[in-house]
Design a protein around this ligand. Structure first.
Ligand code: SF4
Length: 316
């Protein structure tokens, strides 16, 4: 008996995987990845298959069929997409069913009974999803009817308390897992503020745009122009790597200075330079020489560093 386990590396899916393994199920963990997750590496578990749905997920985030959660998290559409991918994998490896670590009523918008059933229906996996943590409280599934799974083994966990999960983790000796939402940036208000700005002003959003949202301080200078200023060495390096031929690379030479990227209209270069000067070690100088470069041509400009009051008007 084989099952695809939707696996995020979080505690709930780790417990679900262990439980069905103990029932003697041959597990095929599947990690559905998108660029809105802050994780750098897929979770570490044997035989993990990773599918990247970033491109189609960008469209879902912009226009979710079932709306958003508290921030810009389209959890219902996201779960539907994950289960569609799980079904494809299930068919490919000829597995019998799908397993998830979902807990009934754990999340307000996507884990009520009617939402779980709606998600299964829209992903076309009705009665094929086994949820070992709450299965005793859910309708009977096909693998139960077929005798592949004993319904008496399904648990009846419900609600938001983490206590039952922590106690199960202890019993199953699980010590290694990631945060409950897998580092989903769509639940982070600061990230969502920048994303909302991007969706407002930019029609076509690509993978690089999402990467840029994850780093630096962002300043909206006009509807087509944005400045991103690095906050530390790692971000400075990433900004330099992500620069393309149409962007301006802005910095203050020979002093502690952030790297910055101006995307859009060059007419704002003076303002961009003032903001970058404000974050450099020369922020208290009257006049600061700032360099900016597009492709290989380097130019200079003298500016007065911006004040905090000025910055507040541009900062996202
Ligand atoms: S929190 Fe993020 S990753 Fe999790 S279901 Fe919602 S949108 Fe998807």
């Amino acid at each position: 008996m084989k099952a695809v386990v939707l696996y995020s590396g979080g505690l709930d899916s780790t417990i679900a995987l262990k439980i069905v393994q103990e029932w003697g199920v041959e597990v095929y963990p599947l990690y559905v990845f998108n660029k809105f997750l802050s994780v750098k590496m897929p979770p570490q578990v044997p035989d993990l298959k990773v599918v990247d749905v970033s491109k189609e997920f960008i469209d879902i985030v912009r226009n979710p069929h079932h709306g958003y959660g508290k921030n810009l998290n389209p959890c219902i559409d996201c779960r539907i997409l994950m289960l569609k991918r799980a079904k494809e994998y299930m068919k490919k490896i000829d597995a019998d069913f799908i397993v998830t670590g979902e807990v009934l009523d754990q999340r307000p918008k996507s884990q009520h009974l009617d939402q779980l059933m709606l998600i299964d229906k829209e992903a076309d996996v009705q009665e094929l999803v086994v949820r070992p943590l709450s299965g005793a409280l859910l309708p009977v599934t096909i693998p139960e009817r077929q005798g592949l799974i004993d319904r008496n083994l399904l648990l009846a966990i419900k609600g938001r308390s983490r206590r039952p999960m922590m106690s199960l983790a202890g019993q199953l000796k699980i010590t290694d897992f990631t945060s409950p939402s897998g580092g989903c940036l769509l639940t982070d208000p600061g990230f969502c503020r920048r994303l909302a700005d991007l969706m407002r002003y930019q029609e076509k959003i690509g993978i690089r745009d999402i990467e840029l949202l994850k780093l630096g301080r962002h300043f909206r200078l006009d509807k087509e122009t944005k400045l991103i200023v690095g906050r530390n060495e790692a971000e400075n390096e990433t900004i330099e790597k992500l620069i393309t031929g149409s962007d301006y690379f802005v910095y203050v030479p020979d002093t502690g200075s952030p790297n910055a990227m101006l995307l859009g209209n060059k007419k704002h270069i003076k303002l961009a330079a003032s903001i970058v000067a404000r974050y450099s070690d020369k922020k208290d100088d009257e006049n600061v020489e700032v360099y900016y470069r597009q492709k290989k041509a380097v130019k200079k400009i003298r500016v007065h560093p911006s004040t905090n009051e000025e910055l507040a008007g541009w900062r996202l």
